[in-house]
Design a protein around this ligand. Structure first.
Ligand code: ADQ
Length: 470
């Protein structure tokens, strides 16, 4: 049986008592069905980096430490100061340095060095996310011909943005070393095809497949989903817990909820401004609505993140300073993380879910909010049109997060929506979740990666093209 090698920046090493992370939930079915080896960074920094292996059942988890310089250049530097902002359409926040790029390439080579000696010819490799774009090229340079797939969890912007990234020519075409490159949305896949057409001159009828040597690269869309029914059950169970009961009893009237990592892509300041406008424009809701924003801190070593934390604090203070009265506080801003079970219950209590990123690969909070609702009396999802999830969740109230007045109007419409409309929208949204359950996601990607070589003919035709250019 072919082994599946999963490579991602961080590895969810199973430890007693730890909640499974997002990627582990997504890969749960894959880890169960196939013998897997999951390799990545241990999360530790060390002058004398170690590599450790843990096993659970048929699966092995191989984690390696990084040096301080690796961490600064690869992770804090190129991945999070260049790729993250640019892929989220924020050229203004990118801070490029050649040193960080070379650190990024060095760490990718280091992962390739760890991986190569473990591989047998029929092993299949599945690489995750923007930290590891050049990994397949590093493996091909070592002469490896295994099937290698790549999935990008974040958006891929159009070539007009991508080409503003210094040295994009060294990085983006390196995706051609994969057999399959997967995106969250058709928009991401089309942007990549347009990049190839524009930069490599690939004729547009060939641009969904790119080849080199005997291989063909294919492009596909594989939207990440959630464990829908399990999440619904967890939300219903959580209603009986003390934490959820206390939240419910402490809220006068209706609850609106936002749950995000503290990240500029999530549009938290714009959402708070929209809420402020809602309070100004709809005074009839004063005293009857509370907005709970749950945002644990992340990447606090990076300047933009600490600045944003201050900006959100200031906005929350201004809203409460302006509108609170003795028996009502319009918003609660909470910086601590909660368990998935507690969040599921909080979503179910909330009449409105506010998911308004400025740009997001998918956004699983939107899907979790829908899954958590009571179908007899569901809440309403207000969703940014710029979240990948909007492609599947068209029955939500879709908003432009750059327009605070229309977001405020959507908040007012959501909180006052009649039961019949809430039920109809929720039923459509829930169907969309069931059609794309996470249990099938890994299988669909791996089947496409290992499946019939239908991209090959096009790949062949492209080879001549690439060979002429490189
Ligand atoms: P993230 O940007 O981390 O992931 P998202 O999909 O919103 O974003 O959340 C992932 C998980 O983290 C969810 O299960 C959510 O419940 C949890 N989470 C988020 N905020 C939390 C909080 N405040 N407290 C506790 N848990 C919280 C990247 C991409 C996304 C893409 C995912 C999966 O940026 O667009 O959906 O990968 O592919």
């Amino acid at each position: 049986m072919a082994r599946i090698f999963i490579i991602s920046n961080r590895v969810a090493v199973p430890k007693a008592g730890l909640q499974p992370g997002g990627l582990e939930v997504a890969l749960k079915a894959t880890l169960k069905k196939h013998p897997c080896v999951w390799l990545g960074w241990s999360g530790e920094l060390s002058d004398t980096p170690r590599t450790q292996t843990f096993t659970k059942g048929r699966n092995a988890y191989v984690v390696t430490d990084l040096g301080q310089e690796d961490f600064e250049e690869y992770y804090n530097g190129f991945a999070n100061r260049v790729l993250w902002p640019i892929f989220h359409y924020r050229l203004d926040l990118a801070e490029f340095s050649r040193r960080d790029l070379s650190g990024y390439l060095r760490v990718n080579n280091k992962f390739a060095d760890e991986l190569a000696p473990m591989l047998k010819p029929d092993d299949v490799i599945w690489v995750h996310d923007y930290h590891l774009i050049p990994l397949a090229k590093a493996l091909r340079d070592k002469g490896l011909n295994n099937r290698i797939g790549f999935f990008l969890h974040i958006p891929l912007p159009p070539p007009e943005i991508l080409t503003a990234m210094p040295n994009h020519e060294r990085l983006i075409p390196a995706l051609g070393a994969y057999d399959l490159v997967g995106f969250q949305t058709d928009g991401g896949a089309a942007n990549f095809a347009r990049y190839l057409a524009k930069e490599l001159g690939t004729p547009s009828h060939l641009s969904m497949a790119l080849g080199s040597g005997a291989r063909a690269m294919r492009i596909g869309t594989f939207p990440v989903g959630i464990e829908t029914r399990e999440f619904t059950r967890a939300a219903a169970r959580a209603m009986r817990t003390q934490m959820v009961t206390q939240l419910r009893e402490s809220i006068p009237g209706a609850l609106m909820i936002g749950v995000d990592r503290l990240d500029y892509s999530k549009g938290i300041p714009a959402r708070l401004e929209a809420y402020e406008r809602f309070l100004t424009a709809y005074p009839q809701w004063h005293g009857k609505v509370t907005y709970l924003q749950i945002t644990p801190k992340s990447r606090s070593q990076i300047k933009e993140y600490s600045q944003m934390a201050q900006a959100v604090n200031a906005l929350a203070g201004r809203i409460n300073g302006t509108y609170s009265h003795a028996s009502w506080t319009p918003m609660r801003y909470v910086n601590r993380p909660y368990s998935r079970a507690a969040l599921a219950g909080f979503y179910r209590v909330a009449k409105v879910g506010l998911v308004t990123p400025l740009r997001d690969g998918m956004n699983l909070v939107a899907k979790e909010y829908v899954a958590a609702q009571d179908p007899e009396d569901p809440g309403v999802l207000v969703l940014s049109r710029f979240a990948g999830a909007a492609d599947e969740l068209g029955a939500a109230l879709l908003v432009n997060p750059y327009d605070p007045d229309s977001t405020a109007a959507a908040m007012a419409r959501a909180i006052d929506m009649p039961l019949a409309e809430r039920r109809k929208r929720h039923a459509e949204l829930y169907d969309a979740l069931l059609r794309n359950d996470i249990a099938d996601w890994g299988d669909r990607f791996l089947a496409a990666l290992m499946g019939p070589e239908n991209g090959e003919a096009q790949g062949e035709a492209l080879n001549a093209f690439i060979a002429r250019r490189y």
